[in-house]
Design a protein around this ligand. Structure first.
Ligand code: KIV
Length: 273
């Protein structure tokens, strides 16, 4: 039985309690049933159906092209797999920036069609109105500050954000605004560790870092990066726990060799009449 098959489900309140007690929060992405089952079984607290599915699943260069229908499909696959983790789903680019009604409609589709537990949006002051509107429907919202990949064409680069005082000051203000608006947690992506520490100490809601140093209340990585499937992506913050690309390549190479040599299938792998 998986570690957490008998454990209590993680809720937004669990995460807030974890911050209070100093227990670190674990979060990973998943986009499909089989891997989500493994991630949940291993005891990860939060599964993010991230719009990084655009890169990892669909081979797009950015997260911009993925649609709400695609995100709902991935979230449905993940939801069928999960017993314990809190499932958070990214609102993709173009489904919430228009106005707060659009943000609410998109969030309702994700909650209704994929049975998700919460949504995540990128941005600060400029999306506060949308966050408040989503919350009026009882939908929990996770914020996302720092490097926000949906704005890649504005930034022009994926380098570390908020190194300068002005941007760092705005980021702290934005984090406070997100907390006041009612977000239950905030992802901090690719910012200096001192700033991430300061933000984490300035708000009462959990911060979850990616490339933000050790002092956030939790950590998130893209699952395929951690497993060593996406080998062409090697930022400084990434720790690879496996080199699956090599293992998969070797296994498939061996299979091809066995088929070509007639070794597969053998007698015990065949049925008799
Ligand atoms: O889409 C995603 O995977 C994310 C994480 C990098 C936080 O937003």
């Amino acid at each position: 039985m998986s570690v957490h098959a008998q454990a209590k489900k993680v809720t937004t309140h669990t995460l807030q309690e974890m911050k209070r007690s100093g227990e670190k929060i674990t979060m990973l992405t998943a986009y499909d049933y089989s891997l989500a089952r493994l991630v949940d079984g291993a005891g990860v607290d939060v599964i993010l159906v991230g719009d990084s599915a655009s890169n990892v699943m669909a081979g797009q260069v950015t997260t911009v092209p993925i649609t709400l229908d695609h995100m709902i499909y991935h979230a449905q696959c993940v939801e069928r797999a999960v017993d314990r983790a809190l499932i958070v789903v990214d609102l993709p680019f173009g489904t919430y920036q228009g106005n707060s009604k659009q943000a609410l409609d998109s969030s309702i589709r994700i909650m209704k069609e994929a049975a998700a537990h919460a949504v995540k949006l990128e941005g600060g002051a400029e999306i506060v109105e949308s966050i408040k509107r989503i919350l009026t429907a009882g939908i929990p919202v996770m914020g996302h500050l720092g490097l926000t990949p949906q704005s890649i064409y504005k930034f022009g680069t994926y380098t570390v954000r908020a190194k300068e005082d002005e941007e760092a000051k705005k980021l702290i203000e934005d984090a406070k605004l997100l907390e006041e608006a009612g977000c239950f947690a905030i992802v901090l992506e690719k910012i200096p560790k001192d700033l991430a520490k300061k933000v984490s100490e300035s708000v009462n809601i959990p911060t979850i870092g990616i490339g933000a140093g050790p002092d956030t209340d939790g950590q998130v990585l893209v699952l395929h990066d951690l497993l060593g499937i996406t080998m062409d992506f090697s930022p400084r913050f990434l720790r690879r726990y496996l080199n699956l690309a090599e293992d998969i390549n070797n296994a498939i190479g061996q299979y091809c060799q066995d088929v070509r040599s007639g070794d597969f299938p053998n007698e015990s792998e065949s049925y008799s009449s």
